[in-house]
Ligand binder design. Structure first.
Ligand code: 13P
Length: 279
């Protein structure tokens, strides 16, 4: 069933686990992620990068996500990931998103707060909850990823913007980590405490060791994003398919193995996050 970001996060708050948020790119990644969630009886977030809304892919992908969500026997939220401006936010709302991430993290603190508050107010009219970001979570190749989210600033930001979830910078980054990341788990706990246990979001989930993921959840993380490893699980299987001369190149048949591979990846993460059997 299709649910909102707040409804799905409420399940995680009550059960003290984290919702897996898988970035989806095409019909097969949607099918793999939803099949995993149904098999594991887990709530799941399917999220789409803002780029797809800007460049046209979102027009085709949104109906696929909505169809999968409406038929699913588990709660599914359709979420915009890293919306940088109101343009993408409005488009995602029009395409039926039930969760919106507004990412003003490249702006100075006050401006980020103002822009996020505006986005949250607009989305409130559409009854769609908003995730904000404080502390810019860049890629593993970026410099300046050591200015972590400050708990007191996070508390004020949460109060002033009315966001339903907050993405934090605590040693995480997008992409394949060059060396093992070290999450500042104490900081996660301090942000959770300071914000009155607002659901916190961990971006850059691909490659974070299992032990640290569990500690982050204990400290208050309630949504964990996986993008890069969804891509690898899909593309590795595509590449393998090309090695097999007997494999049919009819695209629907060829795509069965990559879809299964995405499902297997999602099943592992669902169980790591403690979301299995939650619904
Ligand atoms: P990874 O690609 O590093 O898993 O991060 C995904 C993400 O955080 C999407 O917002």
């Amino acid at each position: 069933m299709l649910v909102s970001l707040s409804e799905i996060l409420e399940l995680a708050q009550r059960g003290r686990f984290a919702i897996p948020a898988f970035n989806v790119y095409n019909m097969e990644t949607v099918m793999g992620a939803v099949a995993a969630a149904e098999e594991a009886k887990a709530p799941v977030i399917l999220q789409v990068y803002a780029r797809l809304f800007k460049e046209g892919g979102g027009y085709y992908l949104s109906p696929v996500i909505l169809a999968a969500a409406r038929r699913a026997r588990v709660p599914v939220c359709f979420h915009l990931d890293h919306g940088p401006s109101m343009e993408e936010v409005e488009r995602a709302l029009r395409y039926g998103a039930t969760g919106i991430m507004f990412d003003g993290s490249l702006l100075p603190y006050e401006e980020n707060m103002k822009a996020t508050a505006y986005a949250a107010a607009l989305c409130r009219y559409a009854e769609v909850p908003v995730e904000g970001e404080l502390g810019h979570i860049g890629s593993v190749n970026d410099d300046g990823m050591d200015v972590f989210t400050d708990p007191a600033e996070a508390a004020w930001f949460a109060r002033q913007t009315g966001v339903s979830a907050l993405a934090v910078l605590v040693g995480n980054a997008h992409g394949r980590y060059k060396k093992e990341p070290r999450l500042d788990v104490g900081r996660i706990a301090a942000i959770s405490e300071a914000t009155g246990h607002l659901p916190l979001v961990l971006h850059g989930g691909s490659g974070i060791p299992d032990g640290q993921i569990r500690q982050a959840i204990d400290a208050g993380i309630r949504k964990i994003n996986f993008g890069t490893d969804v891509c690898y699980s899909f593309l590795d299987a595509v590449q393998e398919g090309f090695q097999d001369p007997k494999r049919s190149i009819a695209i629907d048949l060829f795509m069965k193995a990559p879809t299964e591979s995405v499902k297997a990846f999602c099943l592992k993460k669902i169980s790591l996050l403690g979301a299995n059997g939650a619904v």
